[in-house]
Design a protein around this ligand. Sequence first.
Ligand code: NAD
Length: 368
Amino acid sequence: MKKNIVLLPGDGIGPEIMESAKVVLNTVASEYNHEFNFHEHAIGGDAIDRFNNPLPEETIHACKAADAVLLGAVGGKKWDNNPSHLRPEKGLLGIRKALGLFANLRPIKGFNSLLHASPLKEEKIAGSDILIIRELTGGLYFGTPSERRENGNVVVDTLYYERHEMERIIDKAFQSAMQRKKQLTSVDKANVLESSRMWREIVDEKANVYPEVEVEHLLVDAAAMKLITQPNHFDVIVTENLFGDILSDEASVLTGSLGMLPSASIRTDGVGLYEPVHGSAPDIAGKGIANPLGMILSTAMMLRHSLGLEEEAAEIERAVNETLEQGYHTADLQLKNGKLAGTKEITDAVIENLTTKSISNSICNMYV
Ligand code: NAD
C-alpha cells in the first residue's frame, strides 16, 4: 500500500516525538511491504516564526491532499501574548475546521503496568475502557458573535448548532458502540439548554436505527462525577464540543499517564488528523526525555481509522504494551523498579518489540 502522510511536528516536544512516529511507521512499512511518503509542514508557533501565520496556506493544501495527517503539539510561552490571530492554537482549530474533522475520538484505557499512577484507587480504574466522542467543529467555540460590548463590560458567546452537525456525530457514536460493548452514554445539559434538548431528541431518533445499542442520557454535571466515581460504568460517551473538551481532559488523567494517550479527529470518509492528547511540554523540550508513546499510539489509530490497516495498528499497540511490561518507562511514568529510558531508548524498545512477532497472536486490540 502506498500512502501520503503529512507530518506537522509543531512546537516544544512535538518534533522529538514526531521522530519516534516516523521510525515506527518506517518499521511497519518495511515489515508489511507498504510505502509511506512523509511530507513535513509547519503549524503553530513554528509556523508563526517562519511564516507569520499559525496555519500557512501551504500546510492546508498539503493536508487536504494527504491520506492522513499526524500532529505533534503546538504552543509555548513565547507566543502566549500574541494577538489572537497569531496564537499557535489558531493553527490547530483552523486545520480541524479546514479538513472538516467533526469527530474527535479519545480512547481512555489504562495499561496494567501503570494503573498504580492513577489518582483513583487501582480497583476503581482497573478494567476501564472508555471511548469519548466529542463534536469538534460547532457549538460555543465557533458560534458568532463572540465579543465584548459596551466598553468591555458586556460579553457574548454564541452556542450554534445545525441539526445535521449533531446527526453525523451521534451516528458516528452509535457506529462505534456497535463495534464495542453496544453501550452509549449521551451527555448534555437538557434541563437548561435548548441545544441540548435538540441533541437529546436526535439521540432518541437514532436509537431506533440502532436498536441493539443500549442508550442512556446523562447531564454533564452527573457525567463529570460518574467518570471519577465509576469509570467502569462507561463504554462510548458522545457529547458536544464544550462538554467533550472538559470531560475528555478529565478522563485523560484517570489512567495516570497523560503522555500515553492518543487521539483521532476524523470525518465520514476516513480522512483524519492524529495527535497525542498532551501539549507541547515546553518544560522538557529539547532534553530527549519526552514520552513518545501517546504519539506512537496515535500512529496506530491512524493506520486503523484512515488507512484500514487493522493488523499493523494492533501490532504497534502490542509492541507498546510489551515495552511497558518489560519495565521501560520515561521519566513522566512512575514504574517501580523499571528501566528509565529517554525518548530514543524507549522508541528503540518499541521497534525491537515490533520486529519480534513471536507473540503476535496475543494481539491486544486496545484502541478500536
Ligand atoms: P502539557 O500537556 O504540554 O504539559 C503538562 C505536563 O505534562 C508538563 O509537566 C509536561 O512536561 C508533561 N508532559 C506532557 N506531555 C508529556 C510527554 N509526552 N512526555 C513527558 N511529559 C509530558 O500541558 P501544558 O503545560 O498545560 O501546556 C503547554 C503548552 O502546550 C501550552 O502552550 C498549551 O497551550 C499547549 N497545548 C497544546 C495542545 C495541543 O497541541 N493539542 C494541547 C494542550 C496544550
